[in-house]
Structures are given as C-alpha cells and as structure tokens.
Ligand binder design. Sequence first.
Ligand SMILES: Cc1ncc(COP(=O)(O)O)c(C=O)c1O
Length: 339
Amino acid sequence: MTPELPPHLPLGLSPTPLEYAERLSSAWEGPQIWIKRDDLTGFGLSGNKVRKLEFHFAAARENGADTVITCGALQSNHCRATALAAARVGLECLLLLRVASGTALDLAGNYLLDKLAGAEVRFITPEDWRVRDDLMAAEALRLQSDGRRAHVIPEGASDALGMWGFVVAMREIADQGGRISGPAPVVWHAASSGGTTAGIGWAVERLALDMPIVACSIGDPAKDLEVKVDTIWQEAAAATGASVPATRIDYNDSHIGGGYGLVTDEELAIQAEATALTGLIFDPTYTGKALVGLRREIAKGTYGEDHNVIFWHTGGGFAVFAHDFSRTAFAADRGVPDV
Ligand SMILES: Cc1ncc(COP(=O)(O)O)c(C=O)c1O
C-alpha cells in the first residue's frame, strides 16, 4: 500500500473482480474489453462511491461526528451511498439534493433509497448549487449550535480524502492486470466530480503502472474536469507532503451528448446492447454514457483488436429505475405498448 494512505473504515467488499467481456469485445469488433466490477462492491450496490466513503466515514468517526452532510443531484448515487453508509455505522445523514423547478419529485430510484435509509433531505435549487459548500458549512454550524457535530463530505466525496479509495482500487488492478497480455490496458471510466480520476491518476504514478487513463466526462467540459482533478491532487499533495502527480490523463468530453443525465435514443440503444452482451446493468447517466463513449471511439478506430481496455463499471445501477424509458425508440423496438 502507498505510505500516505489515511485511515479507512471498511464498508465495501474488495477486491472486486476484473472480468473479460468476451461477447462484448467480439460484437464491437474492437479492443479486448475487461470490466472492473465495482458494481459488486457489495454495499447497497454503491459502486465506486463506497470506496471514497470508507475514508470519509473513518474521518467522521475520528472527529466524533454524529452526522454526515453531503450534496448531489436528486438521483445522486453518492448521496444514496452516503445515506446507506450512515445507516450502517449509526450516523445521522443530511442530504442537500439539487432540484430544478418543475422537476417531478417521484419517490423512486436513489431518492427513495435515501428516504428508506432514514436520511433527512433538504432540496436546493441549481442557483444554490453554486454555493453548495457554503450551504453545507452553514448546516454544520446550525447543528453545532444544537450541540451536534457534523462531518461534511463534498460533492461525490471527491477530495483529497475520498480520492484514496481509488488509489486502493488501482492497487487491485495492478495485482489483477497480470492476466491481461499484450498492450498496456487503457483505463476507461465515467468522470464527474473528479475523485475517481484523481485516485486513478495518483496511483498510476505512485505504483509506476503503464496504463493510459481516459476520463470520459458525463457532463462537464474537459477543462473543468481537469481543474477538479488538479485541485484534488494539490490538496492531497499538501496534506501528505508528496509531489503533485505528473500523470497524463485524456479528458474526453466528446460524448456528453445533451448533458448530465440526458440520454438519446441512440445512446439508450448502445447501453441496451451492452447489457444484452454482458448481462450487466448500466445506468443512463454514468456507466451507460461512458460505454457509449467507448463504443463511439471504437467505431472511429481509436481502439482496435490490438488494444486492451479496462472499462470501470462504477456502479449506479439503481438510477436505471428512475429513468422513464416509456415512449422511447427503445420501448417501441421492444414492442412495449404506448398506453
Ligand atoms: C455510477 C457512477 N460512476 C461514475 C461516477 C463519477 O465519479 P466521480 O464523481 O468520482 O468523477 C459517479 C459519480 O456520481 C457515479 O455515480
């Protein structure tokens, strides 16, 4: 393990398997595709999120917190994972969920799970979102004045603490990657708040791994993603006295389509094809979009049979049940009646 590793509270099951996706690789006629099964982290299907939360919950315990506060979109996987983790370890959980006006507040998907786990929810507007860190700090102060103590977890648990979850995960890949023969595998993953990418990039340098990294943006321009990752690296470097990694990351924002959480019929068809070829569930917002990106890059000829790709399945399967597939071309194709 890397010497800088802070304490963590084990919540998930690891190592997760690295599996060869034989039918997908052959049908897409491109690289050998390997899937890192973080949909199997085993903690309420919390995917990549539980890896980061293990470090935050250790810090919350260490600081004597009785509550965790975090923020995200209405269907945030991170918020749901935080709510479930809080329930597991016996902490209160306050979620600031972003909701645009006019959004139907269906008690479904991750939002339903937040409620089942007993989290308190406060809705905030997209304007409030710009000052989300201030809002969470204000909530922490409010609780403090009531004699409570809160641990604030930033969006996606993506900071100099949460990032370590992915340093540990890369350690697993380093151990498992020996099964992959031929060219160095490209690590392809969905990227949003940057913590996953930051951990992967940090580990690639520290563990001297020969693995090109593609951060497939699911909503943000590449430049913004790069700034998020650099900021996390700088904070982690300052906290540990280590140097900021020089790892080169390919920030790919060519496949964000309509933007965060929006999915076209063509994208849905690619995601459905991937499920039919692997038996795995991908969600339209994150893993599904990252798969669409990979599929299109293969079609463009970026990766051929002489490449290996590790597609990181970062979880998030519940969100598939919050998406209304009715009246899409996918539904029509499958003979679902439009009632
Ligand atoms: C399923 C899933 N995959 C990938 C990501 C992106 O990870 P990060 O926010 O660390 O960039 C998220 C973030 O919410 C997610 O829920």
